[in-house]
Design a protein around this ligand. Structure first.
Ligand SMILES: *[C@@H]1O[C@H](CO)[C@@H](O)[C@H](O)[C@H]1NC(C)=O
Ligand SMILES: *[C@@H]1O[C@H](CO)[C@@H](O)[C@H](O)[C@H]1NC(C)=O
Ligand SMILES: *[C@@H]1O[C@H](CO)[C@@H](O)[C@H](O)[C@H]1NC(C)=O
Ligand SMILES: *[C@@H]1O[C@H](CO)[C@@H](O)[C@H](O)[C@H]1NC(C)=O
Ligand SMILES: *[C@@H]1O[C@H](CO)[C@@H](O)[C@H](O)[C@H]1NC(C)=O
Ligand SMILES: *[C@@H]1O[C@H](CO)[C@@H](O)[C@H](O)[C@H]1NC(C)=O
Ligand SMILES: *[C@@H]1O[C@H](CO)[C@@H](O)[C@H](O)[C@H]1NC(C)=O
Length: 626
C-alpha cells in the first residue's frame, strides 16, 4: 500500500520534474515546490509561487496545519507520518538535473486539539543527517521551523527523509528544491560534492521585516533565501541606517545577493564602537561565515574613513577592512567569507574599529559545513528492496530511503559496513529473526553479495531455499531455522567455504544433505538439520535411498516388471517341459530311441533362452516365449 503510493508519488514527481525542466529552460534555474498534504496545486501570495500537490501520491496522512510561525509560507496543509508507517519516511524526487541546489523543508503542526503536538524528529537530505528538531522549535518565531541546505545533486534524484525518534509523528508542510549557481557559496578548499552547507542563520541588519529573496526581487539563481531581520547586535547604541539609492556590484554571480540586502545596515556609535554578535553552535564543527557590507553612511565618502578588524571567537580573520577601498566605491557591495573550526559551543563575530571610526555591517550568514554521507551500493539497495517485497516486511520496520545512512538511522535488521576505498556502504548482516515475516526468499537476495550473516530464524517463510544463496561467498552464518521452508537443500550451499553456522532445523526440508556440506561437519562447523520433513545423508539423520534420477527410477521399474514376467514365463515353460518329460518317460518305457533325441532338442531350446536372457533381459526375453 505504502509502496504503491510511493511509486505513484515518484511517477507524479517525474511528471512534475519534466514540466519543471521545460520551464527551467525557458525561465532559468530548476525549481520544484511541493505543498505537502494539499489536494490541489496552489499559488501563494505575494509572488504567485506555484506549489504542487502531493495528495494521494505518497505515504503518510494529509491534515490541516496550524501556523506556527510568521515566516511559514502561506500553506494550510501538511502531511504527517505515524510511526505505524515505519520509522523513516521519504520523498524521493526523480529527474532532477545534476547541479547545485538549495533544498528547504518547512515543518508544521497538525491542527487538531487532540493531537500530540510538536513532534521531534530527524531530517536527512541525500542520506546526510541535516537537522534534529529540539523541544520548543515550534514556539520560536525564527528559522527553527525549517531546515535549509545547499547541496550538490549528482545522480538525478533527491531523497528527503524524516526519521522518527519516538516523540510524535514527523509533520511536513512544504518542500522546495531550487537550483542555484554551481559556484554559489564556494567557501574554499572543502567546497564541492562532498560537502553540504546547512543554513544556521541569515540576518539582514538594519531593517524591521524578515524577507525572502523573492520579496527583494532577487535573482532566481540565488535561490529564494530567507533573511531574518536584525535591528541590533545587542548593544543598545547600534544605529540602523538605510538608503533607497542603487547599490553597485549587487545581484552578481555566483551568489546573486539582492540589492535590497545592502540598502540597510547597522553602524556602531561612540557609546560602544564595537559590534559583537554571539550565537550557540555545535561544538567541534566547521562553520562558513559570510559577511556583507556596503558603505551607505553619507558621512563616509572616501577610503580610510572607516577601518575595522573582523574577529571570530577572538581571532582576527580579516584585518583592517576598509569597505570603500575593498569594494571600490561607496554604495558598492562587498562580500567576505571565512571558514572557521569551532571547538566550543559559542560563535562570536566581532567588528572592532581601528583609528577611531565605527563599524558597519549590512548582513551576515552562518552555515554549518557538513560532510556528505556516501550511499549504499545500489545493487545492495535493490537486493534489500526485493527482500522487503518478497518477505512482505511489515510497515513498522520501515525500510525507506538509504539502508545505511544517515548512520544514526540505519534500517532495522540491516548491518552496514563502510568500504572507504569505494566510498560505498555494504550490508554485511541481516537480522530479521522473530519478526513475523511471511512470504518467501527471493533469488535476488544474492545481490547482497557482502553478507557474512543471515538470521531469519523464527518466521513463517515458505517456499524453497534459493540456490543463489550459494553465490554469497562471504557467508559465515546462515540461520533459517524454524520456518516453513520446503524442497531440498540446494547443492550450491556446498560452495560456501566460509560457512561456520548453518541452522536449517525446524523446517519442512527433505532429500539428501549436499555432500559438500556433510563433509564439512568434520571441520568443527556447527550445522543443524534436525526436525525437518525428511533430510538424510549425514550422521544423526536417516540414511538416504539410492540417489536416482526420474529416468533411472522408471527404467528400474520396467526392468523389475520384465524380470518378473520372465520368471513367470520360465516357470511355465519349465513346468510344461517337465510334464512333457514325464510323459516321454512314460512313453519311453515302450519306445526308447525316439525319446532320447527329443530330450536333446529340448535342452538346446532352454539354453538359447538362457543366453538371450542374460544378453538383453528386457528386450529379447519375452519374444522367445511366443
Ligand atoms: C481542513 O480545513 C478545511 C477548511 O479550512 C476543512 O474543510 C477540512 O475539513 C479540514 N480538514 C481536516 C482534516 O480537519
Ligand atoms: C570565499 O573565501 C575563499 C577563501 O577563504 C575564496 O577562495 C572564495 O573565492 C570566497 N568565495 C567567494 C564567493 O567570494
Ligand atoms: C574542519 O575542516 C578541516 C579542514 O579545514 C578538516 O580537517 C576537519 O576535519 C573539519 N572538521 C569537521 C568536524 O568537519
Ligand atoms: C586600499 O587597499 C589596497 C590593497 O587592496 C592597499 O594597497 C591600499 O593601500 C589601500 N588604500 C588605502 C588608501 O588604504
Ligand atoms: C538467530 O536468532 C535466533 C532468535 O533470535 C537466535 O536464537 C539464534 O541464536 C540466532 N542465530 C545465530 C546463528 O546467531
Ligand atoms: C513448498 O511450499 C510451497 C508453499 O507453501 C508450495 O506451494 C509448494 O508446492 C511446496 N513444494 C513442495 C515441493 O513441497
Ligand atoms: C538442533 O535443533 C534442534 C531443534 O530443531 C535442537 O533441539 C538441537 O538442540 C539443535 N542442535 C544443536 C547442536 O544446536
Amino acid at each position: 500500500m505504502l509502496i504503491s503510493r510511493l511509486i505513484l508519488l515518484l511517477l507524479l514527481l517525474i511528471f512534475l520534474s519534466t514540466c519543471s525542466i521545460s520551464q527551467a529552460k525557458a525561465k532559468g534555474p530548476y525549481a520544484l515546490r511541493i505543498s505537502c498534504g494539499s489536494r490541489k496545486d496552489i499559488r501563494s501570495p505575494p509572488t504567485n509561487t506555484l506549489w504542487y500537490k502531493d495528495f494521494a501520491y505518497t505515504g503518510g496522512i494529509p491534515a490541516n496545519a496550524t501556523r506556527p510561525s510568521y515566516i511559514t509560507p502561506p500553506l494550510s496543509t501538511l502531511r504527517y507520518f505515524p510511526l505505524s508507517e515505519g520509522p523513516e519516511n521519504c520523498y524521493n524526487i526523480n529527474r532532477v538535473p545534476s547541479g547545485h541546489y538549495l533544498v528547504r523543508i518547512f515543518y508544521g503542526l497538525v491542527d487538531d486539539p487532540n493531537f500530540d503536538n510538536e513532534p521531534l524528529f530527524d531530517i536527512s537530505v541525500e542520506g546526510t543527517l541535516v537537522d534534529s528538531l529540539a523541544a520548543g522549535w515550534s514556539n520560536e518565531d525564527d528559522e527553527h521551523v525549517f531546515t535549509e541546505t545547499i547541496v550538490f545533486l549528482t545522480d538525478g534524484t533527491v531523497s528527503l527523509c524524516f526519521h522518527s525518534t519516538g516523540h510524535g509523528n514527523p509533520a511536513i508542510l512544504s518542500i522546495e528544491i531550487q537550483q542555484v549557481n554551481d559556484k554559489a557559496y564556494n567557501f574554499g578548499p572543502l567546497f564541492g560534492k562532498g560537502t553540504i552547507l546547512k543554513t544556521v542563520k541569515r540576518f539582514s541588519s538594519g531593517q524591521g521585516r524578515p524577507k525572502f529573496g523573492e520579496d527583494y526581487g532577487g535573482d532566481p539563481w540565488g535561490g529564494d533565501r530567507f533573511f531574518n531581520s536584525l535591528m541590533t547586535f545587542g548593544q543598545s547604541s547600534d544605529k540602523a541606517i538605510s538608503v533607497e539609492s542603487p547599490i553597485k556590484k549587487s545581484s552578481i554571480a555566483p551568489n546573486f545577493y539582492p540589492q535590497g540586502l545592502y540598502q540597510s545596515a547597522l553602524v556602531s556609535t561612540d557609546v560602544e564602537p564595537e559590534l559583537t554578535y554571539s550565537m550557540d553552535v555545535e561544538p567541534n564543527s566547521n562553520y562558513s561565515i559570510w559577511l556583507h557590507f556596503a558603505e551607505i553612511d553619507p558621512s563616509i565618502t572616501k577610503v580610510g574613513q572607516r577601518v575595522f578588524d573582523i574577529l571570530i571567537n577572538g581571532d582576527v580573520v580579516f584585518k583592517a577592512v576598509d569597505v570603500v577601498n575593498m569594494s571600490g566605491d561607496v554604495k558598492t557591495a562587498l562580500v567576505l567569507n571565512t571558514t572557521v573550526a569551532i571547538d566550543g559551543r559559542t560563535l562570536t563575530i566581532n567588528l572592532k574599529p581601528i583609528s577611531g571610526s565605527h563599524a558597519i555591517i549590512s548582513a551576515f550568514e552562518v552555515f554549518l559545513v557538513l560532510t556528505a554521507e556516501a550511499k549504499t551500493s545500489s545493487a545492495e539497495v535493490s537486493g534489500l528492496q526485493s527482500l522487503k517485497k518478497a518477505l512482505q516486511l511489515p510497515h513498522r520496520l520501515g525500510w525507506n530511503g538509504d539502508p545505511c545512512v544517515p548512520r544514526q538511522h540505519p534500517w532495522n535488521g540491516a548491518d552496514c559496513r563502510y568500504d572507504g576505498a569505494n566510498k560505498r556502504w555494504y550490508i554485511d548482516g541481516l537480522g530479521l529473526d522473530n519478526q513475523g515475516l511471511h512470504g518467501f526468499l527471493p533469488r535476488d537476495v544474492s545481490k547482497l553479495s557482502h553478507l557474512q550473516s543471515i538470521n531469519l530464524s523464527g518466521n513463517s517463510i515458505r517456499g524453497t531455499i534459493p540456490p543463489s544463496l550459494g553465490t554469497i561467498t562471504t557467508l559465515e552464518i546462515l540461520d533459517l531455522s524454524y520456518n516453513f521452508l520446503n524442497g531440498s537443500i540446494p547443492e550450491t550451499l556446498g560452495q560456501l567455504h566460509s560457512l561456520q553456522i548453518l541452522n536449517l532445523n525446524g523446517n519442512k526440508l527433505y532429500g539428501r544433505v549436499p555432500a559438500a556440506l556433510s563433509g564439512r561437519l568434520l571441520h568443527r562447523a556447527s550445522f543443524n538439520f534436525t526436525d525437518n520433513a525428511g533430510l538424510c545423508g549425514i550422521p544423526g539423520l536417516r540414511t538416504c535411498g539410492p540417489h536416482l534420477s526420474l529416468g533411472a527410477k522408471v527404467g528400474i521399474t520396467i526392468a523389475v516388471f520384465l524380470a518378473l514376467l520372465l520368471i513367470v514365463g520360465c516357470s511355465i515353460i519349465w513346468w510344461k517341459r517337465r510334464q512333457n518329460i514325464l510323459r516321454a518317460q512314460r512313453l519311453a518305457a515302450r519306445e526308447a530311441p525316439y525319446a532320447k533325441k527329443r530330450t536333446q532338442f529340448s535342452r538346446d531350446v532352454q539354453m538359447t533362452i538362457h543366453n538371450q536372457n542374460s544378453r538383453t533381459a528386457s528386450e529379447d526375453g519375452p519374444i522367445l516365449l511366443s
